[in-house]
Design a protein around this ligand. Structure first.
Ligand code: TRP
Length: 348
């Protein structure tokens, strides 16, 4: 452990994470979780469970939050996130994130937020119309605080998050130019695997679109979901010549069945494998991939106290980092007053 902390001191830092709005699915895995599990070996890794961000769309349903936080922690741990290397923590328990969010709000215009393409896409998805909340519009500002409170260098994310990282960089530059250079300007590290399409062929796998395979799905659920997945619509008979590039099942074979995929594509084009058989191969491949994750997840889920302990340890470290950053920020902004407001002063 001691050696591990020493190593951490010389490593560059990454921060990434998830909104706890339900269990994670294969799209999350491909887009970010796989990437962060690799990176935790080389970087001091912070993983945020962004419960406050989840509330921007679910503020009226807080009762699910606790289970969803646990689910996201379980998914990350089951995929190989190692609490000895990575700091897994809960956003709402780190006061510096809330403090920085308020401070950063001066460094971003309403225009910038309203033009953020990811905000626009999500607003349309949630049907906000004229009723978008200030909290939702401003979540990229709070996400900037998520990233900068621990002075992270790198942010591994899926490409939909790029506008938010760009926004974070702008806020940091403006802050540093206005006061002094105490904040670290983060860089995005985009997953190299292209975005996973939904089972229904829509461009993105997503919970709200109901087209997702969850990391926690049972073998039966996977079978049912893959059986209903969209294939080449021009193929009626198993002997028809297929077009893998338009087929959802093929897109999944490429990611989860890399060894067999070129053979499968060839047989599809030649009309020597039907969609049913092709789906069976995918079901088997997904099962090979998911069963160790599923087992590890079930094992951890049977002792939730261990998971809450991991979160508590991670959150404690995150809070300590946040206090250090806040001390630098207060100094830079001259938000320093005799005794009472000092970190470690009478109020803490
Ligand atoms: N917005 C991210 C998502 O929807 C989740 C998130 C919250 C995040 N805070 C973050 C990602 C900080 C990277 C860094 O997936």
């Amino acid at each position: 452990m001691v050696g591990c902390y020493n190593r951490r001191a010389t490593m560059k830092r990454i921060l990434t994470g998830d909104r706890p709005t339900g269990p994670l699915h294969l799209g999350h895995y491909v887009g970010s979780v796989a990437n962060r599990v690799q990176l935790q070996r080389e970087y001091d890794t912070f993983i945020i469970i962004a419960d406050i961000q989840a509330l921007t769309t679910n503020f009226d349903r807080p009762e699910r939050l606790r289970q969803d936080v646990l689910n996201v922690a379980l998914d990350n741990l089951a995929c190989g996130l190692d609490p000895a290397r990575a700091t897994l923590f809960v956003q709402s328990l780190v006061p510096a994130i809330a403090e920085l969010t308020v401070i950063y709000s001066n460094f971003v215009t309403v225009q910038q937020l309203a033009h953020n393409p990811t905000i626009k896409t999500e607003a349309a998805q949630y049907n906000f119309g004229e009723s978008m909340s200030y909290g939702f519009l401003g979540y990229p500002v709070s996400q900037t605080a998520d990233i900068t409170f621990c002075r992270a260098h790198l942010v591994p994310v899926g490409e939909d998050q790029l506008p938010h990282i760009e926004q974070a960089r702008k806020i940091v530059r403006k802050f540093n130019a206005t006061y002094s250079s105490v904040l670290v300007e983060p860089e995005a590290r985009v997953s190299t695997v292209p975005r996973l399409v939904g089972l229904d062929g829509s461009t993105k796998m997503s919970k709200s679109l109901g087209n997702a395979i969850y990391l926690s799905d049972s073998a039966d659920e996977i079978k049912r979901k893959v059986s209903s997945a969209l294939t080449d619509p021009a193929r009626i008979h198993p002997t028809d010549k297929g077009h893998p590039e338009v087929c959802v099942v093929y897109a999944y074979h490429r990611v989860f069945n890399a060894d067999a995929v070129s053979d499968i594509a060839e047989r599809c084009r030649a009309g020597t494998i039907g969609c049913v058989a092709c789906k069976q191969l995918l079901i088997a491949a997904l099962d090979r991939f998911l069963s160790p994750i599923r087992e590890r997840r079930a094992e951890l889920a049977s002792r939730p106290d261990t998971v809450w302990d991991i979160l508590e340890t991670g959150t404690r470290r995150a809070r300590a980092e946040g206090e250090q950053t806040m001390a630098l920020v207060r100094q830079a902004m001259k938000l320093e007053y005799p005794s009472a407001a000092r970190p470690g002063g009478p109020t803490r």
